[in-house]
Design a protein around this ligand. Structure first.
Ligand code: NAP
Length: 282
């Protein structure tokens, strides 16, 4: 009998995760049998659980909040792009070595530019949040040659750290001298205008939390994206909609695209994402 490929998604909270159904769809397309579990962990049992998973024959893990930075140290080797992001959303066993990679950024850019036909070249971008997701998307955003990227975060020092790290990388890798990553507090945002506003904070995961964002941040915005995926508009998306932003989207397309990239790393099969992306809201 052919053994099922053992996969899982780990995070906290995890009950909302739609990764199992996405990967089961990909497995069906590939004609592969998989066992995909959803596992809630805490920082205290993360290391032990991940080690046992791979010792027990696990092939691949998808990593969601808040463990994207913690899991870096659990990989034997990390990819070049994860070396830059310092956050990983995938771990997998490759011939006995545990490799870490980050597929969030390519997933986001594929969804924006290919599926949603939204160019970010020469655009001024605001990224709200300085956690794992923010780190994961910045290199791919920078590659698209935007005019500028500003990072704002509740804990301003974290935004400052990321802005510093990524601006030196931007100047090394980009031909555009305009490409600057700078950091701001939420309060200072009212003095600036942005073409694209991305919510990479985790507030949308918790209905009792609020970003305290002023609607004026969207005054010149053509695209607002909440990385969180949700069938209903999140408060961030509602605010953007009220401010008449023409394109307001959530993270479903990104989720499917990053999962497709991860599935390829685990199995060597590139799934078709179009049907799943169109199924959003069902
Ligand atoms: P994380 O590492 O835990 O970072 C959380 C970020 O949110 C931090 O910057 C934190 O600020 C900020 N934050 C939390 N509560 C806040 C509040 N009440 N007000 C203002 N800021 C607050 O989480 P993550 O892994 O980056 O995930 C962030 C979001 O991206 C989640 O919604 C996740 O679902 C989404 N995501 C989606 C995809 C996708 O494929 N669609 C992929 C990755 C992530 P402090 O630094 O001040 O704590």
């Amino acid at each position: 009998m052919v053994k099922k490929i053992k996969l899982a998604v780990i995070g906290s909270p995890i009950s909302h995760s739609r990764s199992p159904e996405i990967h089961q769809d990909f497995a069906y397309q590939a004609g592969i049998d998989i066992e995909f579990s959803k596992v809630e962990l805490s920082k205290s049992n993360l290391d032990d659980w991940v080690h046992s998973f791979f010792l027990d024959g696990g092939k691949g893990l998808s990593i969601t909040l808040p463990f994207k930075e913690d899991c870096l140290s659990l990989a034997d080797e990390i990819s070049d792009r994860a070396e830059i992001t310092k956050a990983i959303n995938v771990l997998f066993n490759n011939k006995g070595k545990i490799l870490g990679d980050c597929t969030d950024g390519v997933g986001l850019v594929k969804d924006l530019t290919v599926n949603k036909k939204q160019s970010i070249k020469e655009k001024s971008i605001l990224v709200l949040g300085a956690g794992g997701a923010s780190r994961g998307i910045l290199p791919s955003l920078l590659k698209e040659q935007p005019k500028s990227i500003v990072i704002a975060n509740r804990t301003v020092e974290k935004a400052e750290r990321i802005a510093k790290e990524f601006s030196s990388k931007a100047s090394q890798t980009s031909k555009s001298s305009n490409l600057i990553a700078s950091s701001l507090s939420f309060e200072a945002l009212k003095d600036f205008e942005f073409d694209v506003v991305i919510n990479a904070t985790s507030v949308s995961t918790n209905p009792s939390q609020n970003l305290n964002l002023d609607e004026s941040v969207f005054r010149n915005t053509s695209l607002a994206l909440d990385l969180y995926y949700s069938q209903a508009f999140t408060p961030f998306m509602d605010l953007a909609d009220r401010a008449k932003v023409p394109n307001v989207i959530d993270g479903w397309g990104m989720l499917v695209e990053q999962a497709a990239e991860s599935f390829f790393l685990w199995t060597g099969f590139k799934p078709d994402t179009s049907e799943l992306i169109a199924k959003h809201g069902e």
